[in-house]
Design a protein around this ligand. Structure first.
Ligand code: 10D
Ligand code: SF4
Length: 314
């Protein structure tokens, strides 16, 4: 089966975003400063390798706060938490570090601000996703979830005078725009975010796939099945007519995928570490890949500060 792959083109940008870098660093620094175990509510980011690596170093991942012993150190995942979870964690007296991405927190802050001004919300997002639960849980009620255009026709806000749209940060940019347009058509007064809530990293990785897909025969996305933004990359390539598969690790690559598809594009979701991309490259080399090149793409420079109490000088 060797020799099926001829060359690899790496998407640019791909892989870790600033929010993921920060979230992982928060757990690492908490481990270094306070020692194991450090409790983390939900997977810190949706990646199997990252979670297993932190587990091996003393992190314990939980979903419910009653799994955390009194006095423990607790980190909230990058996807954010509801007000109820925040309050309950404080009530239980844990030492809390919030690894919510600042771009998710920005949406929470906007919801709280507009709520005070009497707004209700249409949230575009995926039901059951922890970020959606966290954002919807900023209010007791008044946020109505729509997952697709059909939901927009069904949604019943309490009033339509003061209605605002918010979105999950990791959606398909194109699908979200279509759903937002349907919201606007049904509720012409609706207030849309000044800058859309879909984050720079989601936007940039999808833009790169749009450029790369037509240049290759198949696109491999490194990412875990639970990762929304990674799934959107594979879906986008398929929509553009390029065969695409998502893999959690190099072991999942199947040689038959590449038969008759010698030019391979490779990208990674915002939660997928570079070590996995390197392992995929090694596996593709074993399948015959000779050349590896990066596509031209923008360089990301976004970096978020760590919480107080975990900065190096702290
Ligand atoms: O599922 P997802 O794309 O929202 O999360 P993942 O952990 O894969 O990537 C990082 C994105 C976050 C934390 C939400 F903005
Ligand atoms: Fe933050 Fe965007 Fe990364 Fe999510 S994908 S952690 S919103 S930068």
């Amino acid at each position: 089966m060797s020799g099926v792959v001829s060359d690899i083109v790496l998407a640019e940008p791909r892989g870790f975003c600033a929010g993921v870098d920060r979230a992982i660093e928060i757990v690492e620094r908490a481990l270094a400063k306070f020692g194991a175990p450090i409790y983390v509510r939900h997977e810190i980011v949706h990646n199997t390798y990252v979670v297993n690596d932190l587990k091996s170093r003393g992190a314990i991942f939980i979903e419910e706060l009653d799994e955390v012993p009194p006095g423990a150190t607790l980190v909230f995942s990058a996807h954010g938490v509801s007000q109820a979870v925040q309050r309950e964690a404080e009530r239980r007296g844990f030492r809390i570090f919030d690894a919510t991405c600042p771009l998710v927190t920005k949406v929470h802050v906007e919801v709280a601000k507009l709520h005070k001004e009497g707004f209700e919300f249409i949230m575009i997002g995926h039901k059951g996703h922890p970020e959606v639960e966290g954002t919807m849980g900023q209010l007791d009620n008044g946020i109505h979830l729509v997952e697709d255009v059909a939901d927009v026709a069904r949604v019943q806000p309490g009033q339509t005078e003061r209605l605002a749209v918010v979105t999950q940060t990791t959606l398909s940019v194109d699908d979200a725009a279509e759903i937002a347009a349907a919201v606007k058509a049904r509720f012409p007064n609706v207030r849309e975010p000044k800058q859309q809530d879909i984050c720079y990293a989601t936007q940039n990785r999808q833009d790169a796939v749009k450029v790369l897909s037509p240049q290759v025969d198949i696109l491999i996305v490194v990412g875990s099945p639970t990762s929304s933004n990674s799934n959107r990359l594979r879906e986008l390539a398929k929509k553009l007519g390029t065969e695409s598969y998502m893999v959690d690790s190099a072991d999942e690559l199947r040689p038959e995928w590449f038969e008759g598809r010698p030019r391979v594009g490779l990208t990674a979701g915002a939660s997928a570490p570079d070590v996995l991309v390197q392992q995929v490259i090694d596996r593709l080399r074993a399948l015959g890949a000779q050349a590896v090149r990066k596509m031209d793409g923008i360089q990301e420079t976004v970096k978020f500060p760590l919480p107080k109490g975990l900065k190096l000088e702290a």
